[in-house]
Design a protein around this ligand. Structure first.
Ligand code: SF4
Length: 305
């Protein structure tokens, strides 16, 4: 049996990239310290703010909500609200919405549901039936961002927290580098500059590896939905996940190194590709770079197929 390097109690995990054995209490402590550090770095929470949390019911978003509630739940003047997007994926999303709802009730956080059908006009299942050339995920990501932003604004939220973890972030950085899409890399959150009409996003789990988020949920009895979206195997992201997992297995700390490399050149990238001024989409009035936003263009394209 291995012992915690901090207190000598029974260790529940070995953190390879730092070489530490940790017990449950010290893993929780290590976890929360990194979330607090990211919160301090990413935002300056003031009184009378509404912090909306995007909660799908999957482990990362549910864990993010629990940790944010633990850290900020008793802060005077700060209100936590949860937003769940129903993309309309039969056999998958209804179960995760139920679990998100259970977690919200347990924490006393109100759950607000918004759906693709109501906002976009189509469910994801309907979209996947169109003979589209890209993956269903390319549509899903754009439509989800729109649904979240609209609902966050409706709630008067000043910040929107997502459950993006270290693995997700490292994958996004690598994907943009390998595609040569540095302009998109410059737009990766979290953002310093507030853009009118866009609720700024924060990523409290940005330093937390996916496996630690999973372990945190299991050790703390947090219920989450572990099902797999029927469209996920077609996601290009899966290839980058495999590449990074293999690199991390050979060289622990690779994900952190990718993040640190990106962060150390982030200012230079933003200077080269500064955020463009956003205008209102003439169709839906959401902020956009073009006259018609990407979401409205995608819906028009679907209708032309
Ligand atoms: Fe949407 Fe793709 Fe995620 Fe499924 S795997 S929920 S289609 S982004």
């Amino acid at each position: 049996m291995k012992h915690c390097d901090k207190c000598g109690k029974k260790a529940v995990t070995f953190v390879r990239y730092s070489g530490m054995h940790l017990c449950k209490m010290h893993l929780n402590d290590f976890f929360e310290r990194r979330v607090k550090k990211e919160l301090r770095r990413q935002c300056n929470l003031k009184k009378n703010e509404v912090l909306a949390i995007a909660v799908s019911g999957g482990k990362d978003s549910v864990v993010a909500m629990h940790v944010l509630n633990e850290i900020l739940g008793n802060r005077k003047g700060l209100e936590l609200q949860s937003i769940t997007v129903d993309e309309g994926i039969e056999g998958y999303r209804p179960k995760s919405i139920d679990i998100a709802e259970k977690n919200c009730s347990a924490l006393g956080i109100e759950q607000h549901i918004t759906s693709f059908k109501d906002i976009i006009g189509y469910t994801m299942d309907e979209i996947a039936k169109f003979p589209i050339e890209t993956t269903p995920c390319s549509y899903c990501g754009v439509f989800r961002r729109k649904c979240l932003n609209l609902k966050a604004k409706e709630l008067g939220a000043t910040l929107l927290a997502t459950g993006l973890n270290l693995d997700d972030t490292a994958q996004s950085i690598l994907m943009n580098f390998m595609r040569g899409d540095i302009a998109k890399l410059a737009r990766l959150g979290p953002h310093d500059k507030v853009q009118e009409g866009l609720v700024p996003r924060i990523q409290p789990l940005r330093l937390i590896p996916e496996k630690e988020s999973y372990l945190f949920a299991i050790l703390n009895g947090i219920e989450f939905y572990d099902g797999e979206c029927p469209y996920s195997e077609r996601a290009l992201r899966g290839k980058y996940r495999d590449i990074i997992n293999n690199l991390e297995s050979d060289t622990p700390g690779t994900r952190h190194a990718i993040l640190q490399s990106n962060d150390s050149i982030a200012d230079a990238i933003v200077e080269t590709f500064p955020p463009a001024k956003l205008i209102k989409c003439i169709e839906c009035e959401e902020p956009t770079l073009n006259i018609v936003c990407k979401s409205c263009r995608m819906v028009k394209d679907l209708e032309r197929i």
